[in-house]
Design a protein around this ligand. Structure first.
Ligand code: FE2
Ligand code: FE2
Length: 215
């Protein structure tokens, strides 16, 4: 039987978000204010989501696992501390860009970002393969879904919208339609419309129409 995968949606969204950030960093002219502002705006969103993911994963995924099996959760908590330190330095170096840097200085940030991306992809790959299996061993699908509901309930609406922005383009049409159907029946109409507007800006016309049809 196919099991519920708690980590799949945020990880797909983060892979997509980080890919966009390295791509944009690689083609930014660092003496061009407008291009630098565009890069900083994307970095704000991506680093916000990275931070939010670590926070919710610690609190709503790893803590419940720790209560069942402390040793199983420990390595991921440790990884998160190291990742956050690197993340903070990197974000700081992007925030400090002001259009007076040379392309060589920007290149160093680009290389550091690519290095971070590799390490981060490695981290979430380990979580998708090993942590997901541990979660499925210690919790039923109903319990795992409850963790997800708790995550969504404590989340600010603006944060939820940002997650939709990056997760929806990275998942299958049917998976998206299922999440959006649930959201539609549990959230106020205006919240649902805000989500629809957000994802419309991120998808091709064909993809958007296919999701709407499937809802
Ligand atoms: Fe993690
Ligand atoms: Fe994760």
């Amino acid at each position: 039987m196919e099991r519920f995968k708690s980590l799949d949606p945020p990880h797909k969204g983060l892979r997509y978000a980080l890919g966009q950030l390295t791509l944009l960093t690689g083609k930014t002219k660092f003496s061009d204010h407008q291009q630098v502002e565009k890069l900083k705006k994307l970095a704000d969103e991506v680093f916000f989501l990275l931070k939010d993911h670590t926070k919710t994963e610690n609190e709503f995924i790893l803590k419940p696992l720790e209560e069942k099996n402390a040793l199983a959760a420990e390595p991921y908590f440790e990884d998160h501390t190291d990742i956050e330190e690197w993340e903070n330095h990197l974000f700081e170096s992007i925030k400090n860009l002001d259009g007076t840097q040379t392309d060589d200085q920007g290149h160093l940030i680009y290389l550091n970002l690519c290095d971070f991306q590799s390490a981060y992809l490695d981290h979430i790959d380990e979580e998708d393969v090993e942590l997901e299996e541990k979660l499925q061993k210690h919790f039923s699908d109903e319990e795992l879904i409850q963790h997800q509901i708790k995550i969504m309930q404590q989340m600010e609406f603006s944060t939820l919208l940002l997650w939709f922005k990056y997760i929806v383009p990275a998942r299958r049409i049917e998976e998206n339609a299922q999440v959006l159907r649930n959201f539609k029946s549990n959230a106020p109409e205006e919240a649902f419309q805000a989500v629809i507007q957000t994802i419309q800006g991120e998808l091709s016309h064909e993809e958007f129409e296919a999701i709407i049809k499937a809802i």
